[in-house]
Design a protein around this ligand. Sequence first.
Ligand SMILES: Nc1ncnc2c1ncn2[C@@H]1O[C@H](COP(=O)(O)OP(=O)(O)OP(=O)(O)O)[C@@H](O)[C@H]1O
Length: 151
Amino acid sequence: MNDFEIICHGEEETREFAVKLANKLASGDVIALEGDLGAGKTTFTKGLASGLGIKRNVNSPTFTIIKEYQGRMPLYHMDVYRLADEEEDLGFDEYFEGEGVTVIEWAHLIAEQLPESLLTIFIYRHDSDSRKIVLKPAGERYVKLCKEFFK
Ligand SMILES: Nc1ncnc2c1ncn2[C@@H]1O[C@H](COP(=O)(O)OP(=O)(O)OP(=O)(O)O)[C@@H](O)[C@H]1O
């Protein structure tokens, strides 16, 4: 009931949707990004980065775990898919509580380290060129953001 969804036809629509969402984001926002391999998580993050005024090319941080970009505010792009057990505490709190927007791909893998209030975005393959994007807000800030964004 609290979910919001949209179908994006083609990579460009997904990017444009993310650009528009980025315009609503504020420093301190945390986005958990979920979806299978090739669903479009990186594509979506590229759109967010562009909407945050980041000019650099954004690639998947699979091997580095965290990449930082500077736009109208910092973007911390994390991919925790390959996070080894012994590396599990990388001090994520500092990112979640600091300035900038944090996007975490495969966020459920560090579920116990995530803040209570965050926006989870699921990307599902609808068919070869379209994706269903489901936004699941947790906390007042994100419920309000989604309601305003989808009205
Ligand atoms: N509507 C769409 N939205 C996003 N990507 C799409 C769409 N239609 C087709 N695609 C294609 O799906 C692929 C998505 O790849 P992307 O690297 O963004 O996925 P990912 O979820 O980050 O994968 P991985 O977990 O392997 O890094 C791209 O090749 C893109 O062109």
